[in-house]
Design a binder for this molecule. Sequence first.
Ligand code: GDP
Ligand code: ZN
Length: 291
Amino acid sequence: MKGLIVKGIGGFYYIETAAGLIEAQGRGIFRKQGLTLCVGDEVEVSVLSAEEKKGVIEAVLPRRNHFIRPPIANVDMLIVTFAAKSPKPNFPLIDKLLIWAQAQGLEPLICINKCDLVSAAAVSALAAIYEGAYPVVTASSKTGAGLEKLKAHISGKKAALAGPSGAGKSSLLNALHPPAEMETGQISQKTQRGRHTTRHVEIFAVEGGGRLFDTPGFTSLELPEEIDERELRHYYPEFDAPARDCRYDDCQHLKEPDCAVRAAALAGTISPQRYQSYIYLYEELKDKRKY
Ligand code: GDP
Ligand code: ZN
């Protein structure tokens, strides 16, 4: 029977199947193969005891992607979350997460949280930085603003939250949690000892048909080594249209003559903030390569 690993605690996995939630371990061969089961894995499970809802994971279906830290698989969307205020947005860090998501083939979504702390004008100004490049949701896990929109974006997908610490990722996760989490709730009571002594990863169903990984990972990161600074411009989707008018086809949009991207940033038709952040990351990548 096919199922989805929705929770993993110290070698025990909880599989959502048509026959309900099943507790299972992976076959011994997985370890020999160096295969670590991940929450988000689609698996073939055989039921040993229908009564106790116990089984064995026989096989892992092909993964669209998987990550080691946190150990999750088949991630569709990365919700890059930052606070409108406290902490102050760190624009290069946000761009790093966006670039990383694109490099991994994850669909990026910008979520500006804590919008209750600033004026509507300030929220619009922040959203304007990313609009045109990525979908943007302005939200407040405190007031509930934007959560319906967020649910709509997650619908049909497996999403993970990323962003600096203090941005409100845990709060968003709690706010998006459906109240009817009874089944996994009961399981976690049974394994409460495990829950408190072992790190566990879980994926929650979100109202509207999406799923959200409960992971503290993806908070800050280095740009992937394999990204060359000369390729960086391709990770800024809003540069594509103006770049067609640059004098040189391989324009890096730095100090080249007749650079239409730089002109667009000066004119404000693309976000000067993003352009600044591009130059900052370009230099960072270039310096890194020197060593
Ligand atoms: P995380 O580190 O990204 O998981 O952030 P947390 O969810 O732990 O939130 C950090 C702090 O911000 C906590 O004190 C939350 O109560 C607060 N917080 C989270 N979301 C909001 C929000 O939408 N508005 C306000 N005013 N505070 C928030
Ligand atoms: Zn250019």
